[in-house]
Design a protein around this ligand. Structure first.
Ligand code: HEM
Length: 521
């Protein structure tokens, strides 16, 4: 309809310039068009947004950092309502400001909100469009999600107790005790080890493991690649043929460098497992299971990429995000001694009775620690604006028309801080998720939603549960009087607490025993 109206307006302009014939016919034409298009005229009302300027629209009002954007959108939601609309340079974007808009548009209309914005540079030119996260909905997307869900979702066939071993946790605790100042590096190592052993049966022994370094480089480049406004080919895809030929732009070198990193994250570990399988030495893993299940799908490079990117999503999607929650846990324990004491009492009762740390399938025996994990997902939300989706059709909402191909962001940060859902939202309070009157589970928005809901929620819960149980059983975590702590985060694609120091000491003489038991497993 928008196109019909535009065509009409340009027709009207050309008639207007051609003189008297039109002068006579114009009233008739106007009446005809008004009658024909009247319902659609009211429908084409776009959602409200900040003031627009020619050409750039109101894109300049888009704040640059995610936290600022979250804050600002909360402000804006008071003036614009549920949704805020940005447009310019041929692009349009809508931010869903609250839980109501999220469930109405994102979840109830998940049939048309499952697309991803097309990223020519990152997806097409560097090759990340083979990864689930950038795949457009369709048969292959559904199949990949199904396989990943079967591998890491609830009730997956893989034995988590075997893959996420206490031995790695014991090594983490022991290393952390030796060098507590390297807290963030130890956290990265533990989650890296967990995700790599699930994906490939691979267990790095040191921080500077070659695979972890290559994967981290690829993820950093991925973040660089998806930054809005960085790559001209994302705004004007037809330029991709031009920029590749231009001398001096270095596009070609950049693309091939990024392609190499992309393959180091996906194809290299895949081929490692493939040759281990051929030699009969492959440990249990998602990748080995996939190769055995689809023996004919790993002959061409295209097929390899398909399987490699099912397993590749585990490290790519699960490491940086879970590390963020694990780092926030230490911050929360320093700032909320009451929550820490209650969690320690729960884990002490477990370890005294069982003489070991809990296993992956024993979450229900530690409800306070599970509630603490939920509160971490809310209090220190990892992806404040989620990952952009795209409307695959025009949609009407509250009398507004949101055009097809509009990018959608959910302001998950605003939901997590809504005082009507979470009284005193800045307080860290696991009790919100215990008892009869529980508050909204943050898994309903902190992991995205609809058809693209994060497939790793259950795995993230399990990794967090194992890590937190061990840490709480063994360590006393306290703020350092010399280093004031603050609730401050590095704003990026995923949010991480800013580096901080805290005191990490052994809680009791038995703590060293628990570490030794774990190391010996
Ligand atoms: C605390 C941990 C985690 C957080 C906060 C998190 C958050 C998210 C969010 C917000 C999305 C976007 C969903 C959407 O577009 O609506 C997402 C997608 C995704 N996550 Fe996670 N995630 C976490 C852990 C994991 C883990 C452990 C895995 C491993 C399997 C994983 C794999 C993925 C994948 C593959 C996608 C893309 C899904 C798609 O595009 O269809 N995530 N995650």
């Amino acid at each position: 309809m928008t196109r019909a109206l535009t065509t009409f307006l340009s027709l009207f302009e050309s008639f207007h310039s051609s003189g008297s014939v039109v002068a006579c016919a114009a009233p008739f034409l106007i009446t005809l068009v008004l009658v024909l298009f009247r319902p659609s005229l009211t429908r084409t009302k776009l959602p409200p947004g900040p003031m627009a300027f020619p050409f750039v629209g109101n894109l300049l009002s888009l704040p640059t950092t995610q936290k600022a954007q979250g804050l600002r959108d909360m402000e804006q939601s008071k003036s614009y309502g549920d949704i805020t609309y940005f447009h310019g340079l041929g692009q349009s974007l809508v931010i869903l400001n609250n839980r109501h808009a999220m469930s109405e548009l994102f979840i109830r209309r998940s049939d048309i909100t499952g697309g991803r914005p097309t990223l020519t540079m990152c997806g097409e030119l560097v090759g990340y469009n083979k990864a689930i996260v950038l795949k457009q909905p369709g048969k292959e997307f559904r199949e990949m999600r199904k396989e990943l869900g079967a591998a890491v979702g609830k009730g997956s066939a893989l034995s988590r107790n075997k893959l996420l071993r206490h031995q790695e946790l014991g090594r983490y605790l022991s290393n952390l005790l030796e060098t507590p100042s390297l807290l963030f590096e130890h956290n990265r190592w533990l989650i890296g080890t967990y995700t790599l052993s699930i994906a490939y049966g691979y267990r790095p022994t040191k921080f500077n493991d070659t695979f972890i370094i290559a994967a981290e480089r690829a993820l950093a480049e991925f973040v660089d690649l998806i930054q809005p406004g960085t790559w001209i080919v994302d705004l004007f895809p037809f330029l991709k043929h031009v920029v590749l030929r231009l001398p001096f732009t270095r596009y070609k070198e950049t693309i091939s460098r990024y392609q190499e990193s992309q393959k180091a994250l996906s194809i290299t570990p895949f081929r490692m497992v493939k040759s281990q399988l051929a030699r009969g030495t492959a440990p249990e893993s998602v990748c080995a299971t996939l190769i055995n299940k689809f023996p004919t799908r790993s002959t061409t490079e295209e097929d390899e990429a398909y399987l490699a990117w099912i397993a590749g999503n585990i490290y790519a999607g699960g490491s940086d995000t879970t590390v963020s929650s694990l780092c926030s846990f230490y911050l929360a324990m320093c700032l909320s001694p009451t929550a820490k004491k209650k969690a320690q009492a729960e884990i002490d009762a477990f370890t005294e009775r069982m003489d070991r740390f809990p296993n992956a399938n024993e979450k229900d025996r530690c409800p306070y620690i599970c509630a603490l994990i939920s509160e971490l997902y809310r209090w220190a939300i990892v992806a404040p604006l989620g990952i952009p989706h795209m409307f695959t059709e025009d949609v009407e909402y509250n009398g507004y028309l949101i055009p097809r191909n509009t990018t959608i962001l959910v302001n998950a940060w605003a939901i997590s801080q809504d005082p009507e859902i979470y009284p005193e939202p800045d307080q860290f309070r696991p009790e919100r998720f215990l008892g009869n009157k529980q508050q909204l589970d943050p898994r309903e928005y902190a992991f995205g939603g609809g058809r693209r809901l994060c497939p790793g929620i259950d795995l993230a819960d399990t990794m967090m549960f194992l890590a937190l149980s061990g840490i709480l059983a063994v360590f006393e975590i306290c703020p350092l009087p010399s280093c004031p702590l603050s609730y401050a985060f590095r704003d990026a694609f995923s949010r991480h607490p800013l580096p901080f120091e805290c005191s990490i000491t052994v809680r009791s003489s038995r703590a060293q025993d628990w570490i030794n038991v774990a190391l010996a497993e």
